[in-house]
Design a protein around this ligand. Structure first.
Ligand code: FE2
Ligand code: FE2
Length: 192
């Protein structure tokens, strides 16, 4: 079962998602939907055997909107983000969405058991790493994280993640036949 956009908004209220997070997840969903649209070019326009990948658009949108739903929810002992979101979503019966959300944290890409594998998981992961309160791209997003004066282990995690996130960015750009300039133009953002 996958919640509709309206049901996601009900969950925003139910779990008291902060306004800034609502802005963030809406932007992540906008970019994720854009990737899905670029992936889903009519295969009849393409040479035989060259059909682009098919992606579950509803799953991508719901996971993008709900990936940070645990921001204001009290964590149980041993839980860290996004464990609480995964628990809530599983309890609600949204198991497919929970699985995408489980694989969206920055560090997930460093762990073979957690790294995004499906296109839906990869799209939500990347869209999140390109977005703060607007779509700013992977390079700029990492720059902002580096400016946060994070502890040494978090900086190490950034160092290790960056090349993997860039590789994922290129993978998605290749399938969608897009680049960051296209995203900026088509979603009307500047690079500043
Ligand atoms: Fe998150
Ligand atoms: Fe996020």
């Amino acid at each position: 079962m996958i919640p509709t956009r309206d049901h996601c908004y009900v969950l925003f209220d139910k779990f008291k998602l902060p306004t800034q997070k609502k802005i963030h997840v809406e932007e992540v969903a906008k970019l994720a939907n854009y990737f899905v649209k670029k992936f889903a070019v009519d295969s009849s326009c393409l040479p035989a055997g060259k059909a682009r990948v098919s992606v579950d658009a509803k799953l991508v949108e719901a996971a993008a909107l709900l990936h940070d739903i645990d921001k204001n929810v009290t964590k149980r002992p041993g839980e860290r983000h996004p464990d609480t979101a995964v628990r809530i979503l599983n309890e609600l019966g949204f198991t497919e969405v929970a699985e995408v959300v489980r694989r969206h944290s920055l560090h997930a890409i460093l762990d073979p058991r957690l790294a995004p594998r499906t296109w839906e998981e990869k799209i939500v992961y990347l869209a999140d790493k390109m977005t703060k309160y607007e779509i700013i791209g992977v390079d700029h997003r990492f720059k902002l994280w580096y400016r946060e004066n994070l502890p040494a282990d978090a900086v190490k995690q950034l160092d290790a993640s960056f090349p993997k996130v860039k590789a994922l960015e290129q993978e998605i750009y290749q399938v969608g036949k897009i680049n960051f300039t296209d995203i900026q133009k088509e979603l009307q953002y500047s690079n500043t």
